[in-house]
Unconditional design. Structure first.
Lengths: 112, 116
């Protein structure tokens, strides 16, 4: 089955340090991959997407993600974490049906 | 740009009543909108795909007679939870995909439903 996996339920990082939130995919064909962020009791905000082109995708709030075909990964990264980045992050893909299929989410906690 | 609103943001109702949730794309037209349900500390579960001017497509296991969806215009979709029961209490989130073949969905802020 086509899916995305987020292997970490929670990631802890100190403010100012680089952060990585992991995502791997199992999608046949060319994957359309997305990252969304959810703050408490809020809907999801779009961060970035990979459709085609450059493997390094830059998005909102200083986030970026690298599409790695050989490792089937699409990890989300930021060079310097902020306390305000603390939130729930979802990786997702759209398959042939154009429906978004979400990973289980990773809670990012940035300590001051 | 690409703002989606939901109304109400929070609703409390008695068991047996019906609740309508509105989803609007404020600055773009959306032929397709989606309705999701999210349980605490869990991912989003797609309930149905709402297509303007036609019937919604429901995911397996979602009762179409219980969760009525209407997509009457290119900027508005509504979800009505009929005869709500406490197990319907959840966080309901809609999204809209801009018309014209765009891949990105933009999400509303969600509606917290509590059925007593």
């Amino acid at each position: 089955a086509q899916s995305v996996a987020q292997p970490e339920d929670q990631v802890n990082v100190a403010e100012g340090n680089p952060l990585t939130v992991k995502c791997t995919y199992s999608v046949s064909g060319n994957p359309y991959l997305f990252w969304y962020v959810q703050y408490p009791n809020r809907g999801l905000q779009f961060l970035l997407k990979y459709i085609t082109g450059d493997n390094l995708v830059k998005g909102s709030y200083g986030f970026e993600a690298e599409f790695n075909k050989s490792q089937t990964s699409f990890h989300l990264k930021k060079p310097s974490a902020l306390v305000s980045d603390s939130a729930l992050y979802f990786c997702a893909h759209t398959g042939a049906t154009n429906k978004l299929i979400f990973g289980t989410g990773t809670l990012l906690a940035v300590q001051p | 740009g690409a703002v989606v609103s939901q109304h109400p943001s929070r609703v409390i109702c008695k068991s047996g009543t019906s609740v309508k949730i509105e989803c609007r794309s404020l600055d773009f037209q959306a032929t397709t909108m989606f309705w999701y349900r999210q349980f605490p500390k869990q991912s989003l579960m797609l309930m149905a795909t709402s297509n303007e001017g036609s019937k919604a497509t429901y995911e397996q296991g979602v009762e179409k007679d219980k969760f009525l969806i209407n997509h009457a215009s290119l900027t508005l979709s509504t979800l009505t939870v009929t005869s709500a029961h406490p197990e319907d209490s959840s966080f309901y989130i809609c999204s809209a995909r801009p018309s014209g073949g765009a891949e990105t969905q933009y999400f509303g802020p969600g509606t917290r439903l509590l059925v007593l």
